[in-house]
Design a protein around this ligand. Structure first.
Ligand code: DGL
Length: 270
């Protein structure tokens, strides 16, 4: 039984790679909804229904545990899915909580009341749908008090990365960072709240300056998954090959994914 990793497209591969590195023996299957990416400019119902469809496809692969390696799906759909839709024998986990636990210096799964934390000003970079949902601020408020969040919707950045237009993507990062710094000149931390963005983490860091601590999700999600699986061994997959599935053209997506992660990846039609 593999663990499922879901994203609208290629971004979730940053999480997939980190999980593979942390737990090399864990079998993973990946679903990229490339035909419908980007999700970040879609409305909430649309994102919810597409995410449910992709997760169901991973359940068909035997993945009782699915990680939404997509902040947009996590922000807009995860809670609604967990409350109304996910059956008792399956789990769907988002990528926000591990990130916020790291930013607020908590142990994984610590649900104690909100408290003062060291960081006071956070810059959030995410898709327009994630920013509009305010889900990051909501989850943060469960864990920390007195933290200002300034959010920058990075329209166009996911498209540039899916198209492998790195020159355009880098220019967009500089412009989005500049726009945010005009509103919040001295953030202590910056959160890359989209799984596509770690590919450009170094560009974010240069544009933000050395004094800003940049949090990117992949390793945090992998570490928190490792801890989760220790606590829920029934969700632990068995050894064996998982599959990489896409709703897009498998050859095009394999080529793009191979460039994205700089290693050969072979996708099949979902
Ligand atoms: N990588 C995704 C995220 O973390 C989705 C981006 C998109 O499809 O717009 O938000």
């Amino acid at each position: 039984m593999p663990v499922g990793v879901f994203d609208s497209g290629l971004g979730g591969l940053t999480v997939y790679r980190a999980i593979q590195k942390h737990m090399p023996h864990l079998t993973l299957s990946y679903f990229g909804d490339n035909a419908n990416a980007p999700y970040g400019v879609r409305d909430a119902d649309d994102i919810y229904h597409l995410t449910c469809k992709g997760v169901e496809r991973l359940w068909d692969e035997g993945c009782d545990l699915v990680i939404l390696a997509c902040n947009t799906a996590t922000a807009v759909a995860c809670r609604r899915m967990q409350e109304n839709w996910v059956p008792a024998n399956k789990r769907v986990l988002g990528v926000f909580v591990p990130l916020i636990e790291a930013v607020t210096e908590r142990d994984w799964g610590d649900t104690s009341p909100p408290r003062e934390v060291e960081v006071k000003q956070i810059a959030l970079f995410a898709t327009p749908a994630t920013v509009a949902s305010r889900a990051f601020q909501r989850e943060l408020a469960f864990r920390a008090i007195g933290v200002d969040v300034e959010a920058q919707p990075c329209a166009g950045l996911v498209d540039a990365l899916e198209d492998n237009d790195l020159e355009l993507a880098e220019a967009m990062v500089r412009s989005h960072v500049g726009a945010l710094l005009r509103r919040m000149p001295n953030p202590q931390s910056a959160v890359l709240g989209c799984t596509h963005y770690p590919i450009l983490e170094h560009i974010f860091q240069i544009a933000l300056g050395d004094d800003v601590k940049v949090f990117s999700q992949a390793n945090l999600v992998a570490a928190s998954l490792e801890d989760y699986l220790k606590r829920h061994p029934d969700m632990l997959g068995t050894d064996g090959p998982g599959r990489l599935l896409t709703t897009g053209n498998p050859q095009d997506v394999s080529d793009a994914a191979t460039r994205f992660l700089a290693k050969p990846l072979h996708f099949e039609a979902a």
